[in-house]
Structure formats: C-alpha cells, structure tokens
Design a protein around this ligand. Structure first.
Ligand SMILES: NC(=O)C1=CN([C@@H]2O[C@H](COP(=O)(O)OP(=O)(O)OC[C@H]3O[C@@H](n4cnc5c(N)ncnc54)[C@H](OP(=O)(O)O)[C@@H]3O)[C@@H](O)[C@H]2O)C=CC1
Ligand SMILES: O=C(O)C1=N[C@H](C(=O)O)C[C@H](O)C1
Length: 267
C-alpha cells in the first residue's frame, strides 16, 4: 500500500516539531513530504528542527501555494488561531485532507468549511484535543451533565498559550450544553468585586483559564449538587500524549467523506 504523504503546517512550533518526529518514526506508513511556515523556513530549518538525518532534504515552504508541489495527501495543522481558517480552506480547495489540531475556528467558520468540504468531496478532521484521555473526559462530562447541571470548567495550560479559553474547554462546554438543562449558575445577585473573577460565561456555566509555567495541558470539569460533587480531571504531562491521536487521525481521515469535529469520529 502507498504511504500516506503528510505535510505539517507550523512545523517549527511545539506541536509541529513533535508531529514531524512522530511521522518520521512511522515511516512504514507515512511519508513526511514537507513543512510549512510563512514566517521563514528553509530546507535546513526542517532538517535541523527535526534533527533526523532522513529529514535533511525535506522542503520547508514559506508560500502556501507552493505546498501543493509536495503532493500531500494529508495536511496536519498546528499553527495559530489566526491562520487556521485560511489554511483549512486552502487544503479543501486543493483536495488535501486536513487534520486540524489548531484551536480558534469559530462555529460559523466550521460550518462554512464543512460546506466547502462537501462541495469538494474531501474528508477532514478538526480535533480540539488529540489525547485519548481528553476525548474520554469530554464524553464523561457530557454524560454527567444530564444529571448535574451545575458545572464549572477549569482549564490549565502552559504560559505560552495564545488563546483562552482552550479549544478543549470550549468543546467540553459545547458538549455539556447539549445535555444540560439551561441554567444560570451562582447566586442570582452575585457581584464580582474583582472583574472577571467568576470566569467566562458559556450559557450560564463558567470557564476558568489558568496559565502557568511548568504546565502542559490539563482540565478539570467540576460538577456540584446538594451534598455531593463529581470532578473529572484530565492531564497531558507531555506532548507525546497527543501523538496517538495524531497518528490515528492521519491513518483514518481518508475514511471520512466530510469534515468532522472530534477524534471520536475515527476511534
Ligand atoms: N488539538 C490538540 O490536541 C492540540 C492543539 N494545540 C493547538 O495547536 C496550536 C499550536 O500550538 P503550539 O504548537 O503549542 O504553538 P507554537 O506557537 O509552538 O507553534 C505554532 C507555529 O505555527 C507557526 N505559524 C504561525 N502562523 C502560521 C501560518 N500562517 N501558517 C503556518 N504556520 C504558522 C509559528 O511560526 P512563527 O513562530 O514563525 O510564527 C509557530 O512555529 C494552538 O492552537 C494550540 O492550541 C496544541 C496542542 C494539542
Ligand atoms: O495550546 C495547547 O497546548 C493545547 N491546545 C489545545 C486546546 O486549546 O484545547 C489542546 C490542548 O489543550 C493543548
């Protein structure tokens, strides 16, 4: 069987670099055909970033149009919230299957991209969190919300993270909202004496974002009821935690005939 040709957008970043290393380690099934970073990349960058001799001659593109010359089957995106919409649109327009890890796509953008994927007949996957523990945490939280409508989400990340709340927290809130009876939490007359201290309001439930050095990616979904509580906690202690999901997504994305949200679509 032919190897799956993969390009990594944001290859110099924390996730991009780990992803390139993972693809190279899976060289029986995957072929890393290049990297993309519009802010500066040379052939040498990709080789030196990855520090694997096999990667020395891989192209690193700075112009998005040039990426098609590498003939990728799959585009893995770990870039920035500002770039991800344009990158995904480009993939779909060029029949490249997107596997999107970057956060920040709005629901309207996702709907628009799904329509484009349908028109172009290209499958793809948007994955708020590739860690299996995170996928399970979201599923368990969604289930618990049927019985416990009072819930706060506390997400904790490294202090280089650009977006808040995290994509995982937003997706968790979205899934919980599908099962939770609408409710505005807290005392009706509650008042913040320090602005923002109660966190972000997502349909009446609160999301809190913690940023600290030393952290990678963690989330606690805390439910409360009369005389009892339930806490669902997930931890990514290392970026390796995302790689099982990344590999699975690259392997399986060709089985999809539209643009789906969530790793559960290929589990
Ligand atoms: N779904 C998941 O499981 C996970 C998702 N993420 C998400 O992935 C994204 C990246 O995270 P992380 O690797 O930590 O971030 P980094 O800042 O380390 O990496 C982002 C990289 O993208 C590059 N970049 C910027 N603009 C573009 C563009 N237009 N096209 C291509 N590359 C670009 C940056 O390069 P330069 O410095 O040259 O601008 C940088 O090297 C975030 O949105 C994060 O939330 C992270 C972990 C897991
Ligand atoms: O920026 C990160 O690091 C992460 N981003 C994703 C998010 O915003 O949910 C996934 C994971 O939490 C790590």
């Amino acid at each position: 069987m032919a190897k799956i040709r993969v390009i990594v957008a944001g290859f110099k970043g924390r996730m991009g670099k780990t992803t390139c290393e993972t693809i190279l380690a899976h060289n029986k099934t995957f072929e890393l055909v290049g990297g993309y970073d519009p802010h500066g990349a040379t052939d040498k960058d990709l080789g030196t970033q990855i520090e694997v001799s096999a990667a020395q001659h891989l192209p690193a593109f700075t112009e998005i149009e040039e990426t098609v010359t590498a003939k990728p089957d799959v585009w893995v995106d770990f870039t920035t919230p500002d770039a991800v919409y344009g990158n995904t649109k480009f993939c779909l327009q060029h029949q490249i299957m997107p596997v999107i890890g970057t956060t920040g796509l709005t629901n309207d953008q996702i709907t628009e991209l799904q329509a484009l994927a349908k028109k172009q007949q290209v499958g793809g996957l948007i994955v708020p969190n590739f860690a299996l523990s995170a996928v399970l945490m979201m599923k368990f939280a969604q289930e618990a919300a049927q019985y416990f409508p009072d819930v706060e989400i506390i997400e904790l990340h490294h202090d280089h993270k650009k977006d808040a709340p995290s994509g995982t927290a937003l997706r968790t809130a979205e899934l919980i909202a599908q099962n939770r009876r609408p409710k505005r939490q807290g005392a009706p007359d509650e008042k913040e004496t320090l602005p923002g201290v109660r966190g972000g309001d997502y349909q009446g439930m609160r999301i809190h974002s913690v940023r600290l050095p030393g952290l990678i990616a963690h989330q606690q979904v805390q439910f409360g009821s009369v005389g009892e509580g339930l806490t669902i906690r997930q931890d990514s202690y290392d970026r390796a935690s995302f790689m099982t999901g990344v590999v699975l997504a690259i392997e399986k994305v060709h089985e999809l005939n539209d643009l789906k949200v969530g790793l559960e679509n290929v589990l």
